[in-house]
Ligand binder design. Structure first.
Ligand SMILES: Nc1nc2c(ncn2[C@@H]2O[C@H](COP(=O)(O)OP(=O)(O)O)[C@@H](O)[C@H]2O)c(=O)[nH]1
Ligand SMILES: [Mg+2]
Ligand SMILES: [Zn+2]
Length: 351
């Protein structure tokens, strides 16, 4: 018997299930997402589930279940089931689907905290941290920065300078597999029933951290199989791990470019401290590009605002705008299409 409260089941989810029209069926949480099936943990055990055709129909790919979702399903065999419904999703980590401009992909849902993992070797990149912070802010997921591999040596001053504008906005931890205490400290901030997603490039040490936290080699480490997601261990691939005595950890495969799907650039201004200056620009609708009396540009010129941060702001804002505009355009096209279909149907009716 599994206690689903350890996996985050709570009164709110219970109420949603009661109102779902499927309350007589069992519920569970998706622990692994495969191409066409989902592994689900429920009170009575693990099930491999597929979706009903009804659930697939007319649904955007981003609305397909993902790891972390709570679902209601019908048991069809000892370890098999069919998903009938998904409980409302919240606090979801999305990313731009690779190769797309308007489609987002859900990576993990019902996430309380996200560990933004970066290693202190030469792959360290503050711009990537800002990117994750922006993406998390739109879903109110709490960011926590984890800087790994301290044993390899790093320039502390340089790192402090690079994250100066971010470090008071989230907890920052330094870890090394050589220093078990550094990992014990992370355990203390993960509470019972909480879900923590690990994000970051391949090779930064996400799976290693999860194994160390669990005290067991549950996940495969090393970059080769991780980056492709393929290889001989595919069948035992895990994504969700229950940490003994506390929360749930979700591992994610590293992606090279994590595209944002944000439509709120106010968050961006705040994350990058642009908001401090914005109100002082001469024009209310100042875009901070080349306007006269722009307080943001002035801060860049005097050196008060780091140029790298400002450029990051422009880049992320452009991406956010581009995404929002693409989604808008897509919706318009879809509306137009359904209108045409309706008209054709009507005309047919007249003959
Ligand atoms: N020196 C050192 N190497 C580490 C540390 N953490 C992870 N690694 C190594 O970094 C590589 C990638 O780790 P992995 O956990 O697979 O990264 P992931 O792709 O983010 O899951 C592995 O070879 C690990 O042994 C650390 O604290 N110090
Ligand atoms: Mg990994
Ligand atoms: Zn301005």
């Amino acid at each position: 018997m599994h206690d689903l409260h350890l996996y985050g089941w709570n009164d709110e989810l219970f109420q949603q299930k009661q109102n779902s029209g499927y309350k007589e069926f069992i519920h569970g949480r998706i622990t692994v997402t495969h191409k066409t099936c989902y592994e689900v943990i429920s009170e009575t055990g693990h099930y491999s589930c597929e979706m009903t055709g009804n659930m697939l129909y007319g649904r955007d790919v981003s609305d397909y279940p993902c790891t972390g979702d709570w679902v209601i399903f019908q048991v069809t065999d000892t370890d098999k089931g069919i998903i009938l419904a998904m409980l409302p999703r919240k606090k979801t980590l999305y990313r731009l689907k690779s190769g797309s401009v308007s489609e987002r992909q859900a990576i993990a849902s019902h996430v309380d905290k996200a560990f933004i993992v970066q290693s202190l070797d030469n792959s360290f990149n503050v711009r990537r941290i800002e990117r994750f912070m922006l993406q998390l802010s739109s879903e109110s997921i709490q960011p926590i920065l984890i800087l790994t591999k301290t044993d390899l040596g790093f320039d502390a001053d340089e790192i402090n300078k690079a994250i100066k504008h971010l470090s008071h906005k989230m907890p920052v931890f330094y870890t090394s597999t050589q220093l078990p205490e550094s990992i014990d400290m992370l355990r203390e901030i993960i509470h019972t029933g909480e879900t923590v997603v690990f994000t970051g490039m391949s090779g930064v040490g996400k799976s290693t951290l999860i194994n160390a936290l669990c005290g067991r080699e549950l996940l495969q480490t090393g970059t080769i199989s991780d980056s492709t997601g393929k290889g001989k261990h595919t069948s035992t691939r895990r994504e969700m791990v229950l940490l003994p005595g506390s929360g749930v950890l979700i591992d994610t495969p590293g992606v090279k470019l994590f595209g944002v799907t944000n439509d709120n650039t106010d968050n961006l201004s705040e994350i990058l401290d642009i908001s401090v200056y914005e109100g002082k620009c001469r024009f209310k609708d100042c875009k901070h590009v080349n306007e006269k009396g722009c307080a943001v540009l002035e801060a860049v010129n005097t050196g008060e605002l780091d140029r790298g941060v400002y450029e990051s702001y422009l880049k992320l804002r452009r991406e956010a705008w581009h995404y929002t505009a693409s989604v808008h355009e897509k919706r318009k096209q879809e509306k137009l299409f359904s209108k045409i279909v309706d008209e054709v149907k009507k005309r047919k009716g007249n003959y």
